[in-house]
Design a binder for this molecule. Sequence first.
Ligand code: PGA
Length: 224
Amino acid sequence: MKHLYIVANWKSNKTALEAEEWLTYFKNQFDQNNIDFTNKEIIICPSFQALTLAKQLVDNLKIPTKIGAQNISSFGPGAYTGEISGEQLAGIVQSVIIGHSERRINFAETDEILNTKTQNAIKYNLTPIFCVQNENIRVPQGVKIVAYEPVEAIGTGVPDTPENADKVASLIKQKNKEIVAVLYGGSVTSNNVNSFTSTENISGVLVGGASLDPAEFFRIIKNA
Ligand code: PGA
């Protein structure tokens, strides 16, 4: 059975209390449904302010998920007001989303900055989930997991076709031999998730809007 990564990107949503409610609901769903998750690696990426709480809940309640961050500083520790360094993230999260189009567009993150962020993540043993918007985007050295996310599919309710996403995933792997998994992201729901995860070259999904509702996210995992 193919190993699948199912990643939730909450973006700038959910207070710490809402994150706690989500995780508690998710844990109950998991306990009440007898689902085999063994080939499914679930990674929840809350905002920074909820990361520590989420990590504690996952550990204490034994929730079968990992915690990821949505960003990492391109600097190290030190005098960088407002930034969160790799050193600070290590121990809380296992992975970090880098290169999302929302950061490239709204925060002017260049290939160079994204490369530095990637190397900072790797230095602290954090797995980058590196987002590319098409097969021609540069993937930094050391990246093993890429998420193909066409900009026009994000938050629009209009996903890419599984056929095209599979083709792009294949091209990405051909160009970057280090990559072990290409995920698809952009308007993934419980209704369409399997059309992507059942393709030859796609090994999971990065889910935005539909991950905010724990019941829907649970269905996504179930159907993947
Ligand atoms: P969406 O977002 O699922 O809401 O389209 C995906 C993403 O931005 O990672």
